[in-house]
Design a protein around this ligand. Structure first.
Ligand SMILES: NC(=O)C1=CN([C@@H]2O[C@H](COP(=O)(O)OP(=O)(O)OC[C@H]3O[C@@H](n4cnc5c(N)ncnc54)[C@H](O)[C@@H]3O)[C@@H](O)[C@H]2O)C=CC1
Length: 452
């Protein structure tokens, strides 16, 4: 039923074992591009040779090029197919857990070898397929954004060991699950629309992965070189990647620890690219957070992590002169710090206003460093905001504090922190006159799992 062009060069270990298994084992406020919801493995979403071709060198972070219509998108009819697909999705949304459970059960029974691409516990995995489908369905009329989203998804899937031949298996199990559960809206036409859409979706992902494989590894190994506890549950961790890791200030990386194989979580990079190639992460251990707990309480210098490719569009647009209004809540200060370093590095002074929020003064674990940067850069202002207890600076919730200052209409907005803060922060900035296309943050769906 499904055909996938075998365009992705094989990354198998030679015995048919997916690469990830053999080795031992991701918008800024702009919709697609920032999120990574894996179809094959847990979430968390590039540029050197794949481990299978060690000679290739690092390329630059991708620059946006002119958009060229994607031939795979043309395989289905975004008009009538989109209507049928959305109808099915609406029907199964309330029973999505049953649909995804059935889907994975079928996939692992019919294709047992695919099980090794997934982590032992599927808890965090179950709704990801459905979220990816919902996102694809939401974007289906917008070829450019959809292709960008799926390409990002396809590239991000390389670190799971996904290969082109896996896609038809997933497609068949998906159709079987929909046939069983979408009883009201399913029909021959609906099935044909889903087959066309899935074929186009998977081909776009496969092609993007193949293209990426020519210039970037599927993942990087990175050795912990320093681990500093800043509070009882926040650590600043510096790592050295085994190959150059080209990224842009403000981006994030998926991280896998040796203690939870195949469980990936996103963390923002807390620095701009450095000459020594080191990367810094700020990690808060959250309750039931497997990866964050391991990174904060278990990781030590010498431990080796795996990193997925950099992702995210919360980056500095150097073509603009406007100031940067940055809201960093708790460990959300990490990418904001990277943005400040980037503005300093670029050498063209632009006003940068940082509001750094936390529950208590004690939780402002990076305030001294931010203050030190403020002393060095006259264009930078840092204002701490504390929501509970005494404060040397502003009080209340971060978005409220920002609302009380201003005016901000001449600024571009950057937000990083808990999803609730981002939501109300966006409202505050739009209310202060910043158009939404000048506000950047990471995908809220990604943040829901980030840091856990
Ligand atoms: N790229 C990004 O967006 C990053 C996001 N994070 C996220 O930051 C979060 C840190 O969590 P915590 O330390 O528990 O934050 P927290 O609960 O201590 O809150 C931090 C700040 O956000 C404000 N805030 C929290 N909820 C709010 C709401 N509903 N409305 C308005 N303001 C709100 C608080 O007033 C405080 O100033 C994690 O969820 C993590 O995933 C962390 C790093 C990067």
């Amino acid at each position: 039923m499904f055909e996938a062009r075998q365009t992705m060069a094989s990354t198998s270990a030679g015995d048919g074992t997916p690469q990830g298994a053999a080795a031992g084992a991701a918008t800024g406020g702009r919709g697609a591009g920032g999120g990574e919801w894996s179809w094959f493995a847990p979430p968390e979403e590039e540029r050197v040779a794949p481990p299978s071709s060690p000679g290739a060198r690092a390329a630059s972070p991708p620059a946006p090029g002119p958009y060229v219509a994607n031939p795979d998108y043309g395989r289905f009819d975004p008009g009538s197919d989109a209507v049928l697909i959305r109808r099915t999705l609406e029907e199964i949304e309330p029973i999505s857990q049953a649909v995804t459970s059935y889907f994975y059960a079928l996939l692992f029974v019919e294709h047992p070898r695919l099980r090794e691409l997934f982590p032992a516990s599927m808890d965090a995995q179950r709704d990801r397929l459905f979220r990816a489908l919902l996102t694809a369905a939401r974007l289906i009329d917008d070829e450019r954004v959809l292709v960008e989203y799926l390409s990002h998804l396809g590239r991000g899937h390389r670190k799971y060991g996904t290969r082109p031949e896996h896609y038809p298996a997933v497609g068949e199990c998906l159709i079987a699950a929909l046939t069983r559960y979408a009883v009201r809206t399913w029909s021959e036409e609906a099935e044909a629309a889903w087959v066309r859409a899935y074929t186009a979706i998977s081909q776009i992902m496969i092609d993007a992965a193949a293209e990426d494989e020519r210039r970037a590894p599927a993942w990087w190994h990175a050795e912990v070189v320093s681990h500093e506890m800043r509070t009882a549950d926040i650590a600043v961790i510096t790592v050295r990647p085994d190959q150059p890791y080209p990224f842009l200030a403000g981006q994030y990386a998926a991280v896998e620890t040796p203690w939870w194989p195949k469980v990936w979580r996103n963390y923002s990079l807390a620095c701009a690219p450095r000459t020594d190639g080191l990367l810094v992460f700020h990690v808060k251990a959250v309750p039931a957070g497997w990866v964050s707990g391991a990174l904060v309480h278990r990781a030590r210098p010498g431990d080796v992590l795996r990193l997925g490719p950099p992702a995210g569009t919360m980056t500095v647009d150097h073509s603009r002169d406007s100031g940067l209004l940055c809201l960093g809540g708790s460990t959300g200060i990490a990418p904001i710090k990277a943005l400040v370093e980037e503005v300093a590095r670029y050498g063209r002074a632009r006003p940068v206003e940082v509001f750094y929020g936390a529950r208590s003064s004690h939780d402002l674990y990076d305030l001294d460093t931010m203050r030190e940067m403020e002393r060095r850069h006259p264009w930078l202002s840092v204002r701490p905001v504390v929501s509970e207890g005494p404060s040397d600076g502003l009080t209340g919730r971060l978005p409220d504090a920002v609302r009380r200052c201003g005016p901000w209409h001449a600024y571009d907005g950057y937000l990083s922190g808990p999803p609730g803060m981002i939501r109300s922060g966006v409202d505050a900035l739009v209310g202060a006159g910043i158009p939404s296309d000048r506000i950047r943050h990471d995908s809220l769906d990604d943040l829901a799992v980030a840091g856990s």
